[in-house]
Design a protein around this ligand. Structure first.
Ligand SMILES: Cc1cc2nc3c(=O)[nH]c(=O)nc-3n(C[C@H](O)[C@H](O)[C@H](O)COP(=O)(O)OP(=O)(O)OC[C@H]3O[C@@H](n4cnc5c(N)ncnc54)[C@H](O)[C@@H]3O)c2cc1C
Length: 439
């Protein structure tokens, strides 16, 4: 079998993998990224379908925070355009979100009296500035201690489903407040990549290749090699057959479950296997509707719908993503309960009914291009901040074998562009402390 040697092998070219590889290559480590699919980026990539550029996951990218900072640090181009300020619609009526003093003003449109606003705001302030709630209580139960106002509960539920993917009754109150404080506040304004998310990932690949590393698509890792309890490399299979990679460090971006399968269960202790079993991936559905006019003049989030959370139109600012004169809208929904039972067809029907009821012009001018359901091996997130959850460490029990990506986001950064970039940063800092570049 042919052999190659690297300082670090990265398995998978999702955000966690590419950010780790770019940061390490920039610091002088010789890195190989092996990606099994013919295109790089994982759930932050783009496929061309009937002339439209459809995301494989990530819709909007942040203007700031940990993901953007990786590009700045390694000198990779970040080609993204800002989207106009979004709007909230409650049963067709617009919620006014002012630039300053926004949250009180929003609550005042949802609450019956000032005493209720004060009660909720002061509980939120305590959670932010003093001590967050326990992760043994759901956001919904936490809110019910301060209000029973249906409008207000609906508003928080919508925010929660957008940020944590799970609804308020399944999300830990502790994590909701931490996500709001860390992930959301650093995110900045929503941006869209005019050449698709794949261009952002290719720009990281360019940096890796320019620094003595490589990124190979169509290259599946078959087995992670372990020697004396330490990661030693992997066997990979590409267009030219099997290849043995020797590496001092292996970073897996394929999710903790698949990492265990590639390495062999016997290499992990029982505690780690139980933690991996406790992960709860999430499902979201996405309907992509095309039309010759935009349904809204900005991005819209809904309150009070059966299922649909928002309607995003990246072609408002990036017309290059669609054939000339066409608009592309993505509407997103998830089941009320991620962990109970749900019926896929029912979920799709409720989604479409919501679009008919809430999106003016959907029936007359819209054509459904694609319905995507993201779960299983291609979930919306690999783990969720459910009530009672404890985040997994990026380090595995096998020395020098790390996980990155949204299966191992630390508390407050569970998933998405920011969360995955944070896992890369944590792992790279640990490698730097333990290992000099060599290969
Ligand atoms: C529909 C949807 C919408 C989303 N919207 C947003 C959003 O708007 N904003 C946001 O921040 N986040 C969003 N997310 C979440 C975001 O996409 C994910 O959190 C993030 O992209 C996960 O990245 P990751 O690092 O975990 O790697 P992944 O994307 O999971 O990549 C892992 C890679 O490993 C490869 N691989 C697997 N097995 C092997 C093997 N044996 N050998 C080699 N390669 C292998 C896979 O092919 C894949 O490319 C969305 C997700 C979905 C699905």
């Amino acid at each position: 079998m042919r052999k190659e040697k690297y300082d670090v092998l990265v398995i998978g070219s999702g955000i966690g993998g590419m950010c780790s590889a770019a940061l390490l290559a920039n610091k002088g480590y010789k890195v190989l990224v092996a990606e099994k699919l013919p295109l790089i980026g994982g759930r932050c990539s783009t496929v061309d379908y009937k002339g439209f550029k459809i995301p494989t996951g990530v819709l909007g990218v942040p203007s700031g925070g940990p993901f953007r900072e990786v590009f700045e640090e390694v000198g990779a181009e970040y080609d993204a355009c800002p989207s106009p300020q979004g709007r909230y619609l409650i049963n067709g009526k617009e919620l006014n979100v002012p630039d300053k003093g926004g949250f009180r003003a929003v609550l005042s449109q949802l609450c019956e009296d000032d005493a209720e606003i004060d009660r909720v705001l002061s509980a939120m302030r305590r959670a932010d500035k003093w001590e967050g709630p326990s992760n043994e209580i759901s956001l919904k139960d936490w809110l019910l201690q301060h209000t029973t106002n249906e409008n207000l509960l609906g508003f928080f539920n919508n925010l929660c489903a957008m940020y944590a993917i799970t609804e308020d009754h399944e999300t830990s109150a502790k994590d909701f407040f931490l996500i709001r404080k860390l992930m959301i506040r650093s995110y900045g304004q929503v941006h869209f990549a005019p050449k698709g998310n794949i261009a952002l990932m290719e720009s990281l690949a360019k940096v890796i290749k320019s620094k003595n590393g490589d990124v190979r698509a169509g290259c599946r890792v078959r087995q992670i090699k372990v020697s004396d309890g330490m990661a030693a490399g992997a066997v990979i299979e590409g267009s030219q057959g099997e290849l043995e990679i020797a590496a001092k460090v292996v970073i897996s971006n394929v999710g903790p479950k698949a990492t265990v399968a590639l390495t062999g269960k016997d290499n992990f202790d029982e505690g780690h296997l139980r933690e991996v079993d406790s992960m709860r991936p999430t499902l979201q559905m996405w309907v992509t509707t095309i039309s010759d006019r935009p349904f809204f003049e900005t991005q819209v989030s809904f309150l009070g719908t059966r299922r649909v959370l928002n309607c995003i139109n990246p072609t408002l600012v990036c017309p290059e993503l669609a054939p000339s004169g066409k608009h592309m809208h993505h509407s997103i929904s998830g089941p009320h309960s991620q962990f109970g039972s749900w019926n896929l067809q029912e979920e799709i029907d409720l989604h479409i009914q919501d679009l008919k009821d809430n999106v003016p012009g959907f029936e007359e001018h819209g054509e459904v291009l694609h319905v995507g359901c993201y779960w299983g091996e291609w979930p919306t997130t690999r783990n969720s901040p459910y009530v009672g959850y404890t985040p997994l460490s990026q380090k595995t029990p096998v020395e020098n074998l790390y996980n990155v990506g949204d299966g191992v986001g630390p508390r407050g950064w569970p998933s998405g562009t920011s969360g995955c970039a944070v896992t890369a940063r944590i792992v790279v800092e640990d490698i730097e402390k333990r290992l000099e570049p060599e290969a």
